[in-house]
Design a protein around this ligand. Structure first.
Ligand code: F6R
Length: 606
């Protein structure tokens, strides 16, 4: 969602602002803007659409200075347009905002007689309040403090006052704000990726903090207005992590990174001395865990659905999954012997964070599985495990998903072992098998190049169905989500056994149906379900394995085979072709694969 950047530098900042905004593009946006101090004035440039439009505007009408703020906007209140793009400025102040101001209408009503609103956004009330409070108080810090006290909702802000040269004031509640320092000066930004080309050290602000930065000083004040020190960490994100390298898209690169990201994530669960899956650093009393409740959104939710099978099979612990956006609205009963597990790539998803806060309020035992270090969800959880996927830039989640799956599988084995349901020997066998996963994923990637032709033939389809049973059912849901979000073709995932209870009515001659059917106990049952689809004209793309009994027949459009694997690794391996199929289809359609329309990477609003 929206991204913000603020730079106070010893050098001209326009190109660094643009560079940082380009690193924020991955979050999803539909307009962009910046403002800099130039000749004693704050001058802004804003454009609708992609960053290139802003770059073009700056070429035609250049501005520069040593202090500036920038923004990528993902529309919430008001359509994507130049007028609604940030910064929002008055004669005294210029502001960029990430988050949602829930009481914006009420504030507008109160001050509309004194302030001329120019946009339809909620954010502009911040500019209005700052202007009003500065006129009242004549003190910049006080003006910011009074303003944020009036705001309900979430915000990360970067603010420039016309008469406070060299300085940017930042504030945060509910949306992340990172402060950085480096050779060129001081910085605030929505995430570390935004600061990756300028900062060498960063710290993470707490809710209620206000920060005042200039070229060589950073002062942080907490909610009680006390000056505080937050810990800085050295940080470097390599150019490789934030560039596409030799790939055409970040999504393609991230699919290909999975042998590495799964291997790196798995490594933290390997006890190499004893060749078992274990993690003594995680201080969870597994013997006392009688239930696991998994909560997440989107793709991360599907990894939770897969984990339900893992926990019930490996550790005989009843498991439940909830979509975070629904969880807290049914007043869930929190129980002491349940482990509440929150899964999130970004660690900032508003619904997942709110669900976690609900559990914290009820003193639940919480564990989060998060990819972004020091993100809000990581900081609010009692126990935390980081997936080691590295920065995921493509909006469609790929490598974070497989990193979540291997993490959840490892945890279910640790839980089962702690409960003496898995012997040391069984653990060793599973560990050995899991260590082969990077190699098998690599082979699955190589084989999936063959799906390019199938993807071409999906173009023009009215829709695509994905079917599976067992853990292949959540994979069918993930396949359909990946497909629809980047191809814009309707896709639906369904348990194969449920088709006859309604969705079979959708099947007509030529409708593509992707069937995920590993050899195993559910193979024949799934084949029977597929026959029902074939009988009604469905065009079957069957994803199965080398030893599958299914042979090519006239009734099956295509069979795609993966290497035979240990059943515990199936979900990891079968993920690859469904990612590649979606990717190839979107590329064939010429869609913006990395930033699909209407979507954002880090969903920081409810
Ligand atoms: C789909 C996708 C989304 C995210 C969801 C949760 O490809 O990426 O469905 O999985 O928005 O995001 P995180 O994992 O950041 O909480």
């Amino acid at each position: 969602m929206c991204g913000i950047i603020g730079i106070s530098s010893n050098q001209p900042v326009s190109s660094d602002l643009i560079n940082s905004l380009s690193k924020l593009e991955y979050r999803g946006y539909d307009s962009a803007g910046l403002a800099v101090f130039s000749d004693g004035n704050i001058i802004e440039r804003k454009t609708q659409g992609k960053l290139n439009n802003l770059i073009q505007r700056l070429k035609n009408d250049p501005i520069d200075g040593h202090v500036g703020i920038g923004h990528t906007r993902w529309a919430t209140h008001g359509i994507p347009s130049e007028k609604n793009a940030h910064p929002h400025s008055s004669s005294l102040v210029s502001v960029v905002h990430n988050g949602i101001i829930e009481n914006a209408e009420e504030i507008k009503k109160d001050i509309k007689s004194d302030y001329n609103f120019l946009s339809d956004t909620d954010s502009e009330v911040i500019t209005a309040l700052l202007t009003q409070n500065l006129n009242k108080e004549n003190d910049y810090y006080k003006a910011v403090s009074l303003t944020v006290q009036r705001l309900e909702g979430s915000y990360a802000l970067a603010i420039m006052f016309k008469d406070l040269k060299d300085t940017i004031i930042g504030a945060k509640k509910g949306s992340p704000l990172v402060v950085g320092r480096g050779e060129k000066g001081s910085f605030v930004g929505s995430d570390t990726i935004a600061l990756s080309s300028v900062a060498t050290e960063v710290c993470y602000l707490e809710d209620g903090d206000i920060v005042i930065v200039d070229n060589h000083n950073i002062k942080i004040f907490d909610q009680q207005e006390k000056s505080v020190n937050r810990d800085y960490v050295n940080f470097s994100i390599s150019q490789d992590d934030t560039s596409k390298g030799t790939f055409n898209h970040f999504m393609e690169k991230e699919i290909h990174e999975q042998p590495r990201s799964v291997g790196d994530t798995l490594r933290q669960f390997i006890d190499y001395d004893n060749s078992i899956i274990s993690n003594p650093d995680l201080k969870i009393n597994w013997q006392k865990v009688n239930k696991v409740h998994l909560i997440a959104c989107g793709t991360a939710y599907y990894s939770c659905m897969i984990a339900k099978y893992f926990f019930e099979q490996q550790s005989k612990v009843p498991s439940e999954c909830d979509m975070a956006s629904e969880f807290r609205y049914r007043d869930p009963i929190i129980s002491k012997d349940t482990l509440y597990v929150f899964v999130s790539q970004s660690g900032e998803t508003a619904d997942t964070l709110a669900a976690l806060n609900y559990c914290n309020k009820h003193n639940a035992e919480t564990l989060s599985i998060v990819n972004v270090v020091n993100s809000s969800i990581a900081r609010e959880s009692k126990h935390i495990i980081y997936t080691k996927a590295g920065p995921e830039i493509g909006v469609a989640s790929t490598k974070a998903f497989t990193a979540q799956v291997i993490t959840l599988l490892s945890l279910s084995i640790i839980c089962g072992s702690s409960k003496d349901l898995i012997s040391n020997n069984q653990n060793q066998i599973m560990c050995k098998s899991m260590l082969t996963s990077p190699k098998i994923i690599e082979e699955a990637i190589q084989r999936s190049y063959a799906l390019k032709d199938a993807a071409k033939e999906l173009i023009g389809s009215k829709g695509v169905m994905y079917l599976g049973r067992g853990t292949a059912f959540p994979l069918a849901l993930e396949g359909a989500l990946k497909f629809k979000e980047i191809s814009y073709i309707h896709a639906e995932g369904y348990p194969a056994g449920e088709m006859k209870h309604g969705p079979l009515a959708l099947i007509e001659k030529g409708l593509p149906v992707v069937c995920i059917v590993p050899s195993g106990p559910l193979f024949h049952k799934t084949i029977s379900n597929i026959q029902e689809v074939i009988a009604r004209g469905g065009k079957i793309l069957m994803i199965t394995d080398d030893s599958s009994l299914q042979s090519e027949s006239e009734n099956i459009w295509k069979i795609f085979r993966l290497p035979d694997v240990d059943p515990i690794l199936e979900t990891l391996i079968y993920t690859i072709p469904i990612q590649m199929l979606a990717y190839y289809t979107a590329v064939e359609l010429g869609n913006d694969v990395d930033q699909p329309r209407n979507l954002a990477k880090s969903v920081t609003v409810e």
